[in-house]
Design a protein around this ligand. Sequence first.
Ligand SMILES: [Zn+2]
Length: 180
Amino acid sequence: MMLSDLAEAARRSGLPVDEVPGWRERGHGELSGLRTIVAHHTATPLTSRGSFPSLAIVRDGTADLPGPLAHLGLGRDGTVHVIAAGLAYHAGEVRDPDAANEWSLGIEAEHDGVTPWPLELAVAYARLCRALADHYRLPYDRVLGHKEVCAPPGRKIDPNLDMDDFRDRIRTLDPTPEPG
Ligand SMILES: [Zn+2]
């Protein structure tokens, strides 16, 4: 499947949405389905300026790994960048097969992975995940951190959020407004 309604799903969060040109066709083929939302952080240093300096890497990839490397990017200012509707190389080796690239939606939030998360950014991240889970009818416990699904355990540390607290926040947010 292609997540052809991803921009609409993201808009239900109430956050500003930037549709990156070409997102509808971008991907390494199609997803097999959608069972998990995997949260990441970019680990891009704070010295990189702007709201989402990781856009080019997430969209185009690196010398070792072609993009897209996630479906969505969340900028420091809370803007959601819609990058790819097809399969993205974000999860790598996983111990939870339902979180594999074929079955999961990856979000890269712009954060250095070191400093505390600005509350507004953490709330925006939860709001986005809540809207996506509601839109795609996924239970909130299927919002997982990369560090929770990676194989072997400890291969990844992102996102440096307490994921139980993060899911509690998702559950207690106001309901996602209906589309339209
Ligand atoms: Zn990650």
